[in-house]
Design a protein around this ligand. Structure first.
Ligand code: IPE
Ligand code: IPE
Ligand code: MG
Length: 251
């Protein structure tokens, strides 16, 4: 335990010395189901264990002064899962939000969501809205939960809004560029992610932040989300800090 804590401190120091800290980290938290299956447990046990990982990674991100952490929490496609699993995930989400909001507030975390939270019941939406309202003036880590999120739907929603504004004469067709388009996305107030982590080894984006990840550095690990430790998180950041980001130019 002592040894582990020492290793964590060593990594932390190294990351902070490196200077090029990622401003925005996005994570596809995958593998809860496989974690449970390996143990002969129901899938929901994996989601419960995954919540513990969320808590430690949020804390670790705050300690490193990361500005934005986006967690893929529930995709629009995840409604396709068995009803029982969906409602268990939802239950966990609301219970955890209620339980953790005071501590998040104390830790200067600002909670926001990305996605169509209008798709949730009014009672549940209210829990999220209250939590966001309570933490809205916090200046530390912005914790962004992607909920009922689909990258393609987000792009289509932006196209619809742009067409409306074109018709009203609010914008000029010639002025539609990447910057303007980004300002119509759900993530308009966030910088694009610098680093995208996916746990559990799947080599795909699964409809996550399609527009925003055009030049994001990818880090995929076989570690299952419930097993993802602070050291694993630190390793991903250290790996990122060694990369050369060229954005199409020459190094
Ligand atoms: C990620 O774990 C959690 C959500 C998608 C809500 P999974 O439930 O997808 O776990 P696997 O991929 O089945 O192992
Ligand atoms: C992506 O994981 C969604 C979340 C992590 C919330 P999935 O488990 O749903 O992705 P696929 O189905 O393997 O692509
Ligand atoms: Mg999965």
């Amino acid at each position: 335990m002592q040894k582990l804590r020492k290793e964590v401190e060593k990594f932390k120091k190294k990351i902070l010395e490196n200077k090029n800290l990622p401003q925005h980290i996005a994570i596809i938290m995958d593998g809860n189901g496989r974690w449970a299956k390996k143990r002969g447990l129901p899938r929901i046990a994996g989601h419960k264990a995954g919540v513990k990982t969320v808590k430690r990674i949020v804390k670790a991100a705050g300690e490193l002064n990361i500005k934005f952490l986006t967690l893929f929490t529930f995709s629009t496609e995840n409604w396709r899962r068995p009803k029982k699993e969906v409602s268990a995930i939802m239950g966990l989400l609301y219970k955890t939000t209620k339980k953790e909001i005071d501590e998040l507030y104390q830790n200067n975390v600002r909670l926001i969501t990305t996605g169509r939270i209008d798709g949730f019941s009014p009672r549940r939406k209210e829990i999220l809205e209250k939590a966001m309202e309570k933490t809205k003036n916090n200046t530390g880590l912005t914790l962004n939960l992607a909920l009922n999120y689909s990258g393609r739907v987000e792009i289509l929603d932006a196209v619809r809004k742009i067409i409306k504004d074109l018709k009203k004469g609010k914008i000029d067709e010639e002025k539609i560029d990447s910057k303007l388009f980004s300002s119509y996305l759900y993530t308009k107030d966030l910088p694009d992610p610098d680093l995208l982590i996916r746990t559990s080894g799947e080599l795909r984006l699964s409809n996550f932040l399609l527009w925003q990840t055009s030049y994001t550095e990818l880090y995929i690990t076989d570690v299952l989300w419930p097993d993802f430790s602070v050291s694993d998180f630190h390793q991903a950041i250290l790996d990122y800090q060694k990369r050369e980001r060229r954005f199409g130019g020459v190094g």
